[in-house]
Design a binder for this molecule. Structure first.
Ligand code: KIV
Ligand code: NA
Length: 263
């Protein structure tokens, strides 16, 4: 089966909402692949998979390793891989070099990078050279050290113009879609109404053209999920019950039984 394409995602503006989740891992990606229009190999893997406190320590090699796993495990969804902190901000040329490594080594279909107007020149440079770019505005987690934490954006209406300018700048620069993270509902609505590319919301209300969540958050594996997460599955509890049953059975010698033994 041919994968969903960048123009197909782009064409969903204002239509049926775009479904997306993150994935870092082959077996879960294969399940998500049946339902998602695109899968993001997000740099949130630094926290979810590697126990980091922020995404700032994630490397290009980590993104490529997990990107390969997700591409191998899927056949239908468009795969987008995050560019990690420090691999694209310096210059369009540096961004191209690193984005090209992500594309050639993982065989994903697009990259995502954080930043609005300040990244417009880089987005244009990549798109003109064959690399589709998903932008990411609003709350941008790679800037956590500047912002002093993860703060919802747009509570003060005086900041709206700045976020709307970011959305317009990435659209002008050729991004095919934009993640809008952690913004108040009326700002998300305004951004979505003012640009011609799909907005993908996370903590950004139902007024976006699509939604994304971190898979492990919605599966109940995050002990302290943010307010914007709806927990659709209780995988944390399931894993704990299974591990505890296994531990009991090893100790009582109930496992392995005849069924699991080569005679
Ligand atoms: O890294 C990530 O998972 C993301 C999404 C939350 C949009 O950037
Ligand atoms: Na990210």
């Amino acid at each position: 089966i041919r994968r969903i394409t960048v123009p197909q995602i782009r064409a969903r503006k204002g239509g049926e909402p775009i479904v997306s989740l993150t994935s870092y891992h082959s077996h879960t990606a294969a399940i998500v692949d049946k339902y998602a229009d695109f899968i993001l190999v997000g740099d949130s893997l630094g926290m979810v998979m590697h126990g980091m406190e922020s995404t700032v320590g994630v490397t290009l090699d980590m993104m490529i390793t997990h990107g390969k796993a997700v591409v191998r495990g899927t056949k239908r969804a468009l795969i987008v891989v995050d560019m990690p902190f420090g691999t694209y901000e310096e210059s369009p040329q540096m961004a191209f070099r690193n984005a090209a490594r992500i594309m050639t080594e993982t065989m994903c279909q697009a990259v995502k990078l954080e930043g609005g107007a300040r990244m417009a020149e880089t987005i244009r440079y990549l798109v003109d050279r064959g690399i589709p770019v998903m932008a990411h505005i609003g709350l941008t987690p790679q800037s956590t050290n500047v912002m002093g934490g993860f703060k919802t954006q747009g509570r003060d209406e005086a900041t709206w113009a700045h976020h709307i300018d970011d959305a317009k700048a990435v659209t002008e620069a050729g991004a095919f879609a934009v993640v809008v993270e952690g913004v108040v509902e009326p700002l998300a609505r305004e951004i979505t109404a003012q640009i011609e590319i799909p907005t993908i919301g996370i903590g950004a209300s139902a007024d976006c053209d699509g939604q994304i969540l971190v898979l492990e958050d919605m599966l109940g594996l995050n002990p302290r999920p943010p307010k914007f997460v709806k927990v659709y599955g209780e995988l944390g509890g399931m894993i704990e019950r299974a591990v505890s049953a296994y531990a009991d059975e090893v100790k009582s010698r109930a496992f392995p039984s005849d069924d699991q033994t080569y005679r």
